[in-house]
Design a protein around this ligand. Sequence first.
Ligand code: GDD
Ligand code: MN
Length: 369
Amino acid sequence: MVNTLGLIGLIILVVHFAVPLSYYIYAKLTWYNKRWSLRIREDYKPKVSIIIPTFNEANIIEQRLDNIYSQDYPRSLVEVVIVDSASTDGTPERVADWARRHGDLRVKIIAESERRGKAHALNNALGYVEGEVVVLADADAFWDRKALSKAVKWLSSPDVGAVSCVKIPLKKGLLEVEKGYRDFYNILRIAESKAYSTPIFHGELAAFKTELLRSLGGFPVDIGADDSHMATLIALNGYRAIIPEDIITYETIPSKGYFKWRVRRAQHLIQHFTRTLKHWRRNSLFKNILITEIYLHVFNPWLLPLSTALLLASAVISGDIIPLILIAIGLALLLYKPYRTWIITQLILITAMIRNIVTKELVWEKHTK
Ligand code: GDD
Ligand code: MN
């Protein structure tokens, strides 16, 4: 017979899997297929400022600028603001050279003399932008040709304060794990957006109404996930922060140090969610989504080692074999890809929370892609 310890372990294990799965199924069935009830103005064509923060992006920045250059949005309405934090590989020089060859696109270069992190650089750039809309664009991501015009289209609704993208990982590195993770999360992001807003944004393309960004004081400099936090503040202030299904971006995956990269990103998300805890009461529509995501990122991962420890302890104390069989099944299931992806993600989140105690990693190492 399974003893009490084992039973508690089993219950915790079931909770660990049942909560996210139920949320996913609920979001998919009730929210994902909903219609967007937003008033869109197709004729909305504001001035747009694209901010690209860079640190040592010389080998990719020209491709990135080419990609922005080929967007289907009127070029005369676009300005690109590159904010570089003391790159040592000649990134700003490459940009200046590119700009000379493409006189019909306005490019501003802000060269910081010291690297103080991405959010700091973004706030610096905010002082120079002229657009009604600000779009953040990581240097190592690529946009679908229509991404910018689609982002602007969604922002034409007076209810929408910010929009981000669906991310597709590019073939390199640990694509299999990354893809499994993305498929699951992209659906959740869209579903939450249709319900009201999503608390997770992507710096690969994150577009904001400039006025709103400024009125909220710019990007928080003590949180890694500047984009997600800003989006959440916007949602808490009564505007929608959404990821629609038609804004597509492609992101390069590091060929080396994939897990380190994932842990750092997870650290930043955790920083964002823990900071958000004190705000959640302010908007009831958004409250449930936010609480669930905080639970899924901050609390639920711990149930996995906790239940395993309880099952092990019960096996040791009672000599019972059932808990051991359960653990063996858990290990055998690692052969099944979605399950493996899930477990890896949980381990990454746990490592990130522990690592956050030591360093917030607000200035991070560059990964080779
Ligand atoms: N100006 C400036 N200063 N830019 C920086 C700095 C800095 O100190 N550090 C990084 N960047 C730039 C990079 O050059 C790149 O364009 C962008 O910020 C994102 O950095 P990556 O090194 O590509 O990191 P990532 O792909 O993991 O970033 C993702 O996670 C971050 C949070 O962990 C993206 O979603 C980011 O937008 C997000 O901030
Ligand atoms: Mn990147």
